[in-house]
Design a protein. Structure first.
Length: 337
């Protein structure tokens, strides 16, 4: 029988703060689902993180914390390639090349760029603007077939596909055109205080649940979550965004759908809804938190995982980069990429 090459899955998370329940439900928990069927690369995207000012010591620490979170969430550090973006120079190289195949108008339409400009008005840097091109490079560098992401990244993935198709139309089949993978429920977890906005790790603390929050903090944050002035427990994201967000969280963590969760809690009041949501979150995060604590006690091990995997990632990246450079006409007489 012919040996078909394993399909590739790529995704990344920024070490820009403590990971939230949104990162977990929208992305991280789906990463684990891929590891049996794909060769997966999960990246700590520190180069994306510096589009917003970071404290250098905190950024270094968070890279290790995120690596520990990846492993603690069930990702096998041997089967999967868990590595740090800045350790593989191919990301920056390919991003520059793809910048020259991306239009200003395309980048100006990106809603995350507009949101981040509003949030960081004192630092609207060029990196913030070209962030989606770096993301396209991250994905295309490894010829990824599938990219598990939250709904907020859909627009960036569409742009990645457009760039890949544009490049392929000019130079032949260089890049695999990737597909997104979005979980059935919870691909957009909302802020606890402003449930019409997504939950973000760089927003104020009471708006999100951090993956490492202890049970009493989780209960308190959910108790204070904004709902509405009615009493009816109904899944209706437009008219009842706060209640619907809590129902989605319950649904995502207990493998039912949000309407079912609403039916089960019918007539029991918002207090009970919040209690149930808190229980689901606490129960889900407890094993991850324990494993994270154990891993963080062995930083040398985590650094070893990153070092080893950067080599594996670089080898894969260099294969694509050599091809791209050759196609666009960079001279390579007698040189190895
Ligand atoms: N609220 C969310 N609901 C569902 N998925 C989410 N993701 C983020 N927030 C939610 C998904 O998590 C992955 C990693 O995100 P990221 O850290 O690379 O960047 P982000 O999307 O900008 O996340 P944050 O938390 O909002 O970070 P900051 O505040 O630093 O910008 C992505 O797949 C994302 O879809």
């Amino acid at each position: 029988m012919e040996n078909t090459p394993q399909k590739i899955c790529f995704s990344g998370i920024q070490p820009s703060g403590t990971l939230t329940l949104g990162n977990y439900i929208g992305a991280l928990r789906n990463f684990g689902l891929m590891q049996d069927s794909f060769q997966c690369l999960y990246c700590v995207v520190d180069m994306h993180a510096i589009t917003v000012r970071q404290d250098p010591a905190a950024l270094r620490r968070r890279c290790l914390e995120l690596t520990a979170t990846y492993i603690a969430s069930g990702l096998d550090p041997v089967r999967n390639i868990l590595y740090c973006q800045s350790h593989v120079s191919g990301h920056a190289e390919l991003a520059w090349i793809l910048n020259c195949f991306t239009y200003m108008g395309e980048l100006q339409r990106m809603t995350q760029y507009k949101d981040k400009c509003a949030k960081h008005a004192d630092n609207i840097n060029a990196g913030l603007f070209t962030y989606p091109v770096l993301m396209a490079a991250d994905i295309l560098l490894y010829q990824a077939d599938v990219v598990p992401i939250g709904a907020d990244q859909k627009q960036h993935l569409e742009l990645t596909r457009d760039i890949a198709q544009r490049f392929n139309a000019l130079f032949g089949d260089v890049f695999t055109v990737p597909e997104g993978y979005f979980g059935k429920v919870g691909s957009r977890v909302m802020s606890l205080q402003e449930p019409t906005r997504k939950m973000s790790k760089s927003d104020p603390e009471d708006t999100y649940i951090a993956l490492l929050d202890p049970p009493d903090v989780i209960r308190r944050k959910i108790r204070r979550a904004v709902t509405d002035s009615e009493t009816d427990i109904r899944f209706d994201p437009v008219n009842k965004p706060g209640v619907s967000n809590l129902l989605s969280i319950i649904a995502a963590l207990s493998s039912c759908d949000a309407e079912q969760a609403a039916q089960e809690l019918q007539g029991q009041g918002y207090g009970k809804l919040k209690e149930r949501a808190a229980e689901c979150v606490i129960e889900t995060l407890a094993p991850l938190q324990a494993e994270h604590k154990r891993l963080m006690a062995d930083k040398a091990y985590l650094q070893g995982v990153l070092d080893e995997n950067a080599k594996r990632a670089s080898q894969m990246a260099n294969r694509t980069l050599s091809k791209v450079k050759r196609k666009i006409g960079f001279a390579d007489w007698g040189r190895k990429a």
